[in-house]
Ligand binder design. Structure first.
Ligand code: DO4
Ligand code: MG
Length: 290
């Protein structure tokens, strides 16, 4: 099990960072080296707490201690939340989209520099898969890529209560034909993966936090790339405040914060590829294409 990375720790009072896993049986809370299980707690009710870290610490004594084997059947750490995405928040994404676009490429340039970020609807919970589950390629797409992203878990009152890892699967040939096809390129069954856990912290993640992605084909590395949060152009506050403008999220929501890693244009995912996305302090989200 992972340990908290210094990048997550801003003040000594909050060094006790916890993780929430969702399994087929219920929720598992990791606190240091201890694991606690509850079949009764729901993510919807937890995410409603703006002080989630303190709330969880106060709740632990009522939960049962369990062994690591309890984490064998992980599910996406989501219940009723909508998943949204931010786009073109890294220079690499701006450049790649402009190259891929047959029409409308300058839209990406404009949105990179604009005050208002690109925010788009990504998934309802039934379209989201968890760790080790299969993500999908659309039948009518010819070039699909994974997008490795940090995701915010946000309370109904617009407070970031945790972080997780997201894979924003994208049919880039469909989006490349016309930016108005974005919803079809982005929203389809099993187009989003989340996990393995929500890191619960009230501290912002620092710029040195690393995001890495490796794509294995027949067990061999076919692509690898890395970036850090320092390369993201938008702050946590601006992304969340634009998302909540005139929009309410009664059960909170998940916001993917954009990709800074895009494989070269000649690359396309194939069935059987394994996608491994790691973020400092959170862990690794692994999915196979199928
Ligand atoms: O503009 C299209 C979406 C971009 C995106 O998903 C990203 O930059 O991560
Ligand atoms: Mg994306």
């Amino acid at each position: 099990m992972g340990r908290v990375h210094a990048a997550l720790v801003k003040n000594p009072e909050s060094t006790r960072i916890m993780k929430i896993y969702r399994t087929a049986r219920g929720l598992v809370v990791e606190d240091g080296s201890s694991l606690y299980f509850s079949a009764a707690l729901s993510l919807d009710s937890l995410i409603a707490h703006d002080d989630l870290q303190e709330h969880l610490q106060a709740t632990l004594s009522q939960l049962s201690r369990v062994e690591a084997s309890e984490l064998s059947d992980l599910r996406a750490p989501i219940e009723s939340q909508e998943v949204w995405g931010a786009g073109v928040t890294y220079y690499r994404s701006r450049v790649a989209r402009m190259e891929e676009s047959q029409k409308g490429g300058d839209f990406y340039d404009h949105v990179y520099d604009a005050d208002r970020p690109e925010l788009f609807f990504k998934a309802t919970p039934h379209r989201v898969v968890g760790p080790n589950q299969k993500v999908a390629i659309r039948d009518d797409a010819t070039s699909s890529i994974p997008e490795p992203e940090l995701a915010f878990v946000i309370s109904p009152k617009a407070k970031i209560v945790g972080y997780t890892i997201a894979n924003d699967m994208t049919s880039r040939d469909i989006e490349g034909r016309n930016p108005l096809y974005l919803p079809q390129a982005k929203v389809y069954d099993r187009a989003c993966a989340l996990g393995p856990a929500i890191v619960v912290t009230s501290d912002a993640m620092t710029g040195s936090t690393e995001i890495k992605m490796e794509i294995l084909r027949a067990g061999k590395a076919e692509f690898s790339g890395a970036t850090t949060l320092a390369a993201r152009k938008r702050t946590e506050g601006e992304l969340v405040s634009y998302l909540f403008r005139n929009s309410s999220f009664p059960n909170g929501c998940v916001l993917m914060t954009g990709t800074g890693i895009v494989p070269e244009e000649s690359f396309a995912l194939r069935p059987g590829d394994e996608i491994r996305i790691s973020i400092t302090g959170i862990g690794t989200l692994a999915n196979t294409v199928g």
